[in-house]
Design a binder for this molecule. Sequence first.
Ligand code: DOR
Ligand code: ZN
Length: 350
Amino acid sequence: MDRLELPRPDDWHLHLRDGGALADLVPHTARQFGRAIVMPNLRPPVVDVAGALAYRDRILAAVPPGLAFEPLMTLYLTPATTPAQIEAAAACPHVVAVKLYPAGATTNAEGGVRDLDGLGPVLEAMAAVGLPLLVHGESIDPAVDVFDREAVFVRETLTRIVDRYPRLKVVLEHISTEEGVDFVRDAPPNVAATITAHHLLYDRNAMFQGGVRPHMYCLPVLKRARHRHALVDAATSGEPKFFLGTDSAPHVRPTKETACGCAGVFTAHAALELYAEAFERAGALAKLADFASRFGPRFYGLPVSTDTVVLERRTWEVPPSYPLDGGELVPLRAGESLAWRLVTGPMRVV
Ligand code: DOR
Ligand code: ZN
């Protein structure tokens, strides 16, 4: 197969940052995807509808002319979030979910949640209004090994949330382990997961290939090969609980290439091409359209796009860097070639 046409896909987990970075980042995603769930881990975080709508306007101002791109906004759950804020979010068509960061688990997660039990009324309200909880599923217990943080969180925390709030829609974001896959697979249909391209393509050896590779460091951190195999199996299984979320997370070069570098892999420049490579390696290209374009909208109760995009087998070289906010970022596969290329974007005029 040398050509693949699919409904215009959506990215169900994306970091777009803010300010001057938006003009550099939004075009990468808007070229490929019709919608994207935009993460709220700004500084300060997006915690209410007013903040989300103002952020949405700044994103829309950075969409290149001629592209129809819809940012789907999220709120950042904090210990101060109230049921009234949840009801306001549910009444706003542009806010589609609430993000749970365990406090300190990742980039700008300091304002996140330490005590989930204190959030009962908020989670009840979310279940009642049908607002999904998007979970960064990693334990923040410093005694837990970094490679075990997802499995421990799933076992000790997520199981409890899903049992206690059976009507709550939950997405375990960027799953990275066999334990994560098994949990989501066995859970009821209100529980789903996103999977990144980098977790499908790489295991933890990629971080240490000939030396330390800071651009391969993300959270949850890449795991050993058997976990990657479980993720590939889930993504290509045709189960509607598993769908595309890039977790593309840009950082300027000096904050990655340093003694204590930020977590994040940038994939938005070639997201669909990278997923196509992973699916092709698994002999499952025919399953890509469901994973990338249909299962996400189904979970979120949104229509599948009526636009299409086309991928062609056409080798191209990824640039060594892209501009980011006056500096530059190093994308995944910088200076290397990719086998698939998105050749037509949707050109519906807005
Ligand atoms: O690698 C990551 N980068 N993981 C996250 O959870 C956050 C993200 C970021 O915002 O940079
Ligand atoms: Zn993320």
